[in-house]
Design a protein. Structure first.
Length: 651
C-alpha cells in the first residue's frame, strides 16, 4: 500500500474511523516517526528561546504524534482485534523511543529554561508561564538530568512499562471475555431483573443458543459490567453470587492471562524509576506535578475518616441486623457477595424505591435530552446531532456538534454508549481527539476541540431503547463533564490534567435535577419518587467512603516504608477526593442562590463556564476555583451531601 493512501496519514479534521484497519498501523506510525524525527532535528538546530521558534514548532510535533497514536489507541480500546494488538505491540517501542528522544532533548530543555530565566518572563501570560514550567518539569520527570548508564536504564524502564501496561489491559479484556456461565433453570437466577434477563438471553443468542428468550432462557451470564452488577445486587442464589463475584475479582490472576507478575514488575520498575529521578517512591513522582501534597492529603484523609467512622459502623450494623431479620444469612458476618444484595434490599425497604422499576423513566434518549437541555441552560450552548459529518467505528456511535449562542460551532464529540464485551474494554472515559489550538489552525482563529465520550451501559434489547440505571445516568453526566472541560476551554496553550475531575463530578450533581419520563407513555417521573431518589443518594455513604479511606491509609503506610506496593492507588484516590470536595462546594453555590431561581442559576452557570471551564490549564486549579467561588474549597459540602455532616438550618 502506498503511504499516500494510508488513512492515518491523511489531512483530515475528523479521523476516518470507518476505513482505518490494523494493516495501516505499522506503515503509518513508522512513516510518521521518520518525519517527526526530521522535524525534531530541524527544531534542535534552529531553536531559539522564543514562543514562535520553540513552542509553536514543538506543539506541531507533539500534536501530530498525539492525534495519530491517539486514534490507534482509541480503536484498540473500542474495537479490539488480534491484528490490531499485533501491530501496536510491534511499533509501540519505536513510538516510545521517539517520545524519550523528544522528552530528553537538551536544546529544547535549555531553551525553555532560558525563557523562564529571561527578563521577559513577567510579561508572559499565566497560561504561557504554566506551559513553560510544565515543559521543564516534564523534562525532569522524563530523565533529562540523567547521564550515560542512568539514562539508558531509565529508557529501558519506560519501554518495559509501556509494554507491560498494554499487556495488562489485554489480559483484563481477555479474561472478561473468557468467562461465561450458562443458566438453564430460571430458579437459579431468581431475582434477576427483566432488563438483565433480556441482556443475558441476548448474549446466549450470540453464543449459539438461537431460541433463547428473556422469559424462558437459556441465559449466559458474563463479567460484563451491566450483568455483573445486576447479579450481585439482585440474584437470590447466594452461591451463584459468590461464583460471579470470585470470577470477577480474580480476573487475569492465573494461567496465561495472569496479571500478578505484571503488577509486581510494574511496581518494581516504578520504584526503580523514582529512585533514578531522586525520589523515595513513585507516589512522590506522581504527586510532584499535581495540586495536592502529601501533607494536605493526610489532613483530608483524617477529616473524612473522622466524619465517616461512626456513620459507617452504624450503617454496617444496620445492614447486618436487616439481613439477619430476613433469615437469609447463616452467620453474623456478611460476605463480599452479600453486601450489595442486602444493601439493595435495605434500600428498597427504607425508601420504598426499586431502581430497576425506574429504568423505563431513564431511557438513553430522555437522558441525553435532559443533559443537553441542562447544558443549554447552564452554559448557553446548543448541542445538535451531526451524524454523517464524521465517520464512526460502530453503528451505535453518535456524533454531535456543540454551538455557541449564535449557532457557531465551537466543538465536536463522539458518543459511544453501549457495552460490547467482545471488543471494547470496560469502564467509562473521555479522551481528546484534538485539542483547542491557535497554532494548529490558521494562527488567527483556533482549531476546534474534538472529544470521545465512551460508556459501557446496558444496550438496547429488542425494540426497547437503552433503559438506564441511576448509576449509568450519573456516568454519562460525569464523562460529559470531562468533555465540557475540554470543549469549552478558551485556552489555546493546552489543558492541565490535574483536577480535571472537578467538572465531571460537578455535572453528576445535576442528575437529580434533570427531568425523567417514561419512554413509552411520556409520563413524568412523579415528584415523590424524585425525592426518594434524592434522599437515597446518601444511603450507606459512611461505609463506602470508609472503604476508600482504608485503601488510601494502607497505601500511605506502605509508601512511608518505601514499599513497592500500593503507590498508584493512593495518588488516584487523593486526586478524586480533592475533585469531589471542589465539585460539591461548587454545586453548593448554585443551591445557595436557589435551584428554582432560573435566572440566578443561569448567571452562575455562565460564571462557572467563564472560570472553571474556560480557564482550565491557564491557571492553577486552585486559582480557577477561587475565581469562581470567591474562596478556597471547604470539605463541608462534600460531607453534607454524603450525609456525614448535619445540614445547616437556613433560619
Amino acid at each position: 500500500m502506498a503511504l499516500e493512501e494510508n488513512p492515518l496519514l491523511g489531512n483530515f479534521i475528523f479521523p476516518p474511523y470507518d476505513v482505518i484497519e490494523a494493516k495501516h498501523v505499522r506503515p503509518a506510525i513508522r512513516s510518521l516517526l521518520n518525519q517527526l524525527e526530521s522535524d525534531l532535528v530541524k527544531l534542535e538546530t534552529t531553536v531559539e528561546p522564543t514562543w514562535p521558534k520553540l513552542v509553536e514548532p514543538l506543539e506541531k510535533i507533539l500534536d501530530r504524534l498525539w492525534i495519530v497514536w491517539g486514534i490507534v489507541n482509541h480503536l484498540n480500546a473500542v474495537k479490539d482485534s488480534p491484528e490490531l494488538r499485533s501491530a501496536i505491540t510491534e511499533v509501540q517501542p519505536e513510538k516510545v523511543e521517539f517520545q524519550l528522544r523528544l522528552g530528553q532533548s537538551k536544546p529544547i530543555y535549555n531553551a525553555f529554561k532560558t525563557i523562564r530565566e529571561s527578563s521577559d518572563w513577567e510579561t508572559l501570560s499565566d497560561a504561557r508561564k504554566r506551559v513553560v514550567e510544565g515543559q521543564i518539569k516534564e523534562a525532569v520527570l522524563n530523565g533529562i538530568s540523567l547521564e550515560d548508564d542512568k539514562r539508558v536504564c531509565f529508557n529501558k524502564i519506560q519501554q518495559e512499562l509501556e509494554k507491560l501496561g498494554q499487556k495488562f489491559e489485554e489480559n483484563i479484556l481477555d479474561a472478561t471475555k473468557k468467562f461465561e456461565k450458562l443458566i438453564t433453570e430460571k430458579k437459579d437466577i431468581e431475582g434477576l431483573p427483566a432488563t438483565a434477563l433480556a441482556v443475558a438471553a441476548q448474549v446466549a443468542v450470540h453464543k449459539g443458543y438461537e431460541q433463547a428468550t428473556a422469559e424462558d432462557g437459556p441465559w449466559v451470564l458474563t463479567l460484563d459490567g451491566p450483568i455483573y452488577r445486576s447479579v450481585l445486587q439482585h440474584v437470590c442464589n447466594r452461591s451463584l453470587r459468590e461464583e460471579i463475584f470470585r470470577a470477577y475479582v480474580t480476573r487475569a490472576s492465573d494461567g496465561d492471562l495472569n496479571n500478578t507478575p505484571i503488577i509486581e514488575r510494574i511496581l518494581q520498575l516504578r520504584l526503580e524509576k523514582a529512585k533514578l529521578l531522586g525520589y523515595n517512591n513513585y507516589a512522590e513522582v506522581s504527586m510532584d506535578a499535581k495540586m495536592a501534597t502529601i501533607e494536605k492529603a493526610e489532613e483530608l484523609i483524617e477529616k473524612l475518616r473522622s466524619a465517616s467512622w461512626n456513620a459507617a459502623i452504624q450503617d454496617m450494623q444496620e445492614l447486618k441486623d436487616f439481613a439477619k431479620s430476613q433469615g437469609a444469612v447463616e452467620s453474623e458476618e456478611l460476605t463480599h457477595w452479600d453486601i450489595n444484595f442486602w444493601s439493595e434490599r435495605l434500600r428498597e425497604s427504607s425508601y420504598n424505591l426499586n431502581e430497576e422499576e425506574l429504568r423505563p423513566y431513564f431511557s438513553l434518549p430522555v437522558v441525553i435530552d435532559g443533559l443537553f437541555n441542562l447544558s443549554k441552560m447552564l452554559f448557553d450552548i446548543e448541542i445538535d446531532p451531526a451524524d454523517g459529518i464524521a465517520s464512526v467505528w460502530n453503528k451505535d456511535v453518535r456524533f454531535y456538534c456543540v454551538k455557541n449562542c449564535l449557532g457557531i460551532p465551537i466543538a465536536y464529540f463522539y458518543f459511544d454508549p453501549y457495552s460490547r464485551p467482545l471488543e471494547k474494554r470496560g469502564g467509562a472515559w473521555m479522551d481528546i481527539v484534538a485539542g483547542r489550538s491557535r497554532i494548529l489552525c490558521d494562527g488567527t482563529s483556533s482549531r476546534l476541540p474534538i472529544c470521545h465520550v465512551v460508556c459501557n451501559q446496558t444496550p438496547p434489547v429488542g425494540d426497547k431503547p437503552s433503559l438506564m440505571t441511576i448509576r449509568e445516568v450519573e456516568t454519562v453526566f460525569h464523562e460529559f463533564g470531562h468533555a465540557l472541560q475540554n470543549m469549552l476551554t478558551k485556552q489555546d496553550e493546552g489543558i492541565e490534567k490535574d483536577a480535571v475531575e472537578l467538572a465531571s463530578q460537578f455535572m453528576e450533581n445535576w442528575c437529580y435535577q434533570s427531568i425523567a419520563k417514561h419512554y413509552k407513555t411520556g409520563e413524568i417521573l412523579p415528584e415523590e419518587v424524585c425525592l426518594k431518589i434524592f434522599s437515597a443518594r446518601t444511603f450507606r455513604a459512611g461505609p463506602l467512603l470508609l472503604r476508600q479511606l482504608r485503601y488510601a491509609s494502607v497505601d500511605l503506610e506502605l509508601i512511608r516504608n518505601t514499599s513497592q506496593v500500593g503507590q498508584n492507588q493512593y495518588t488516584i484516590l487523593i486526586k478524586e477526593w480533592w475533585a469531589e470536595v471542589l465539585s460539591f462546594d461548587a454545586f453548593s453555590a448554585f443551591e445557595e442562590v436557589g435551584l428554582d431561581n432560573e435566572q440566578a442559576v443561569k448567571e452562575l452557570g455562565r460564571k462557572f463556564r467563564e472560570t472553571v471551564l474556560a480557564h482550565g490549564g491557564g491557571k492553577s486549579p486552585m486559582e480557577v476555583f477561587v475565581e469562581f467561588r470567591g474562596r478556597e474549597p471547604l470539605p463541608d459540602a462534600f460531607l453534607q451531601y454524603n450525609g456525614l455532616l448535619p445540614a445547616v438550618d437556613a433560619n
